[in-house]
Design a binder for this molecule. Structure first.
Ligand code: ATP
Ligand code: MG
Length: 390
């Protein structure tokens, strides 16, 4: 039987006049996500999106990929039957055979979007319900808590038959929420922050600070691997790798030890802001969470913010580590994040970092450095690659 994926849109249905633009972006994103698997006909019709394969494709993989696209409330694999009650009955018994054999109870729900179809929804339910009871003696009807709900949606191009839909990735389509520069380390938090903002429609450009020879090539590859996983949701991500060892050596050699981390973070913000501007990004994103480490006290965060003019989005600011870890596992970044390669933040870390800094103290320390020249050196030596979903 011919199969499609039937998608119901998420929040974007609320967007009034913008709805069309949101829907177009969603369709474009679906095309990008599914393109590597083969040819599909993807259309929006009557408040749903249908994905029809135009050739033999791996439908399991297609379902997985659709599950990563933001802007989708639910999605389900559906069999397509001709719009004729006898054919619908045969198709439902055949298409959902395995699930119905394993169930004790079921119900039928019908939706007649094509008002030209002569049989009304309650009658579709009654007729199909009766037919399934005959075919499957193991079944009883339970309209409240059935093991399987059988859905029939009579739409313009056919009758779509399916069981319980899956919950989609939610959010709004990537590309409808503006562009932002993501500061990404090899840790657990920043990939989760990236996923959260992509889910709000944000298109990402990543900035990673690496400190060869203190950090290894493998540490940088780990960040590429993390972004590859994030890009399976967020789409392609340009990634800037910024060599950072010279900045760190300068701070270590010339500034008070307890300010090292904060001064380093202010450099990260300044460099990232310039890369953001070059890439038409309007905000920065970090994976900071209040009170998680010394550089994430309220005072420290105020000091890191103060050296840039762009808003800094910190989607994890109120999250506990356990919540962040749960999300990291769900989105497939956790196992990569816990690989043991060192991040540049662990190079030269002070034994007793200042947790309640004042900005004027940091500014005095920065007068010992040529801040502007160091920032420009970072920008000039940054390298760019584009990370794509697998
Ligand atoms: P994460 O788990 O994301 O590494 P963390 O708890 O280790 O976070 P920090 O090391 O203080 O916290 O980093 C805070 C934030 O600063 C990170 O979430 C990230 O946004 C940014 N950051 C840290 N290290 C780097 C780096 N090497 N390159 C780019 N951004 C970084
Ligand atoms: Mg880190």
């Amino acid at each position: 039987m011919k199969e499609i994926i039937l998608i119901k849109l998420g929040e974007l249905v609320l967007k009034g006049l913008n709805r069309r633009a949101f829907e177009d972006t969603l369709l474009k994103n679906l095309r990008h996500h599914l393109e590597p698997l083969g040819k599909f006909d993807i259309r929006s019709r009557q408040s749903a999106v249908t994905v029809m394969p135009r050739e033999e494709v791996d439908m399991d993989e297609a379902m997985d990929r659709v599950g990563h696209v933001f802007g989708i409330a639910t999605y389900v694999r559906a069999g397509v039957a001709p719009k004729n009650m006898d054919k619908i009955e045969l198709a439902a018994a055949d298409y959902l055979r395995r699930e119905l054999l394993a169930a004790h109870t079921f119900k039928v729900e019908a939706k007649r979007s094509d008002k030209k179809f002569p049989i009304k929804s309650p009658q579709i339910c009654a007729e199909l319900g009766g037919c399934l009871l005959e075919h499957f003696p193991n079944l009883k009807v339970d309209v409240h808590h059935p093991d399987v709900a059988v859905y029939v949606e009579v739409r313009d191009f056919g009758a779509y038959i399916h069981s319980n839909p899956k919950r989609g990735a939610g959010g709004i389509p990537v590309g409808t929420g503006g562009k932002a520069a993501l500061l990404i380390s090899g840790g657990i938090d920043s990939p989760v922050a990236a996923w959260r903002m992509a889910r709000r429609g944000v298109e990402l450009t990543a900035v990673h600070f690496a400190s060869p020879p203190y950090t290894s090539e493998r540490a940088e590859q780990k960040v590429v691997d993390l972004l590859t996983q994030v890009s399976s949701y967020a789409g392609r991500i340009p990634m800037y790798t910024v060599p950072f060892a010279h900045v760190q050596e300068e701070i270590r050699d010339k500034c008070p030890e307890d300010l090292f981390t904060l001064l380093m973070r202010r450099f990260m913000m300044r460099v990232s802001q310039q890369i953001a501007v070059q890439n038409d990004c309007l905000t920065l994103i970090t994976g900071e969470s209040l009170g998680q480490v010394a550089s994430q006290t309220m005072q420290a965060i105020c000091c890191t913010d103060a050296c840039v003019s762009m808003p800094v989005f910190r989607p994890l600011i109120g999250s506990d580590k356990t919540e962040i870890v749960d999300t990291a596992r769900k989105i497939g970044t956790f196992d990569i994040s816990i690989e043991p390669y060192e991040d540049c933040c662990t190079v030269f870390t002070p034994k007793h970092p200042c947790t309640k800094p004042h900005e004027d103290k940091l500014e005095r320390a920065e007068q010992l450095l040529d801040v502007e020249a160091l920032v420009q050196e970072c920008i000039q030596n940054a390298s760019l690659r584009v990370v794509q979903p697998r």
